[in-house]
Design a protein. Structure first.
Length: 245
């Protein structure tokens, strides 16, 4: 139990990189070549999830991914139908930037029997949505507003509240496909006030943005859209100079 989390804590100095796979966009036959690319890239984790999964494809997608990789597969759930016993861990996300009770605690209660049955490594995660220049799926689905990048004090206090509530990770989210990623000054301010690992994601499209996030204090960066659009992005950009393993 907690192997994935222990590994994140012990390896975070090396800067971790998660590739996000959204089951809604995946055909099973596309997975093997995609995972091959990920295996030979700097990625250290595979996250699986999306704001919605209308056809409940997550379990099948994770089973297929697991056939082709030894990397830890972590569920990054948008809803309770994305819990799968085939994964290695689950980010138990509470959307603490918002005030929608369903995404703060409601769905969590509903998910408990499934989580217990699956025997997953559960990682309580403070999930904080921050403006990324466009309306994100998280904003649409959760019906919550992102925190303004101009209000760094509130972002820092929100992250710290997550830590003080006992959460094990903070995830700063600009939203999938964000116009711009989380600004460095936001990452730096949160990191300077935090004692738990910090994940940053949303809108990271270039090696420069990736390195800037690490430089500012991200322990792990999540990349989804850039990889979906070009599975060679790691060869051409992210893999250069990135020594992660
Ligand atoms: C979304 O943070 C992740 O939840 C990744 O975002 O798709 O913009 O890389 P992108």
């Amino acid at each position: 139990m907690q192997e994935v989390y222990k590994n994140i804590v012990s390896e975070k100095e090396n800067k971790l990189l998660a590739v996000l796979i959204d089951p809604e966009n995946e055909h099973l036959w596309q997975i093997a070549p995609k995972i091959k690319k990920i295996n030979s890239s700097a990625a250290t984790h595979i996250f699986v999830g999306g704001s919605t999964d209308p056809d409940s494809r997550t379990d099948a997608v994770i089973k297929e991914i697991k056939k082709h990789t030894a990397l830890p597969v972590v569920i990054f759930p948008g809803d309770t139908n994305q819990i799968s016993a085939s994964a290695d861990a689950l980010l138990f996300l509470s959307l603490i930037s918002g005030r929608n009770p369903d995404y703060l605690i409601g769905k969590h209660v509903t998910a408990v029997p499934k989580i217990i049955e699956a025997g997953l490594d559960v990682i309580p995660t403070a999930y904080i949505l921050i403006e990324g220049g466009s309306v994100s799926a998280v904003e649409r689905v959760s019906k919550t507003k992102p925190l303004s990048i101009n209000n760094i004090e509130t972002i820092v206090k929100t992250a710290k509240a997550g830590e003080l509530l006992g959460m094990n990770l903070v995830y700063l989210e600009a939203g999938s496909g964000a116009s711009f990623p989380i600004p460095e000054e936001v990452i730096r301010a949160v990191k300077n006030n935090l004692n738990i690992p910090l994940i940053v994601g949303g809108g990271v499209k270039t090696k420069e943005q990736l390195e800037a996030a690490y430089e500012a204090g991200a322990d792990m960066v999540v990349v989804g859209t850039a990889f979906e659009q070009n599975t060679s992005v790691f060869e051409t950009q992210l893999n250069q100079k990135m020594i992660i393993k």
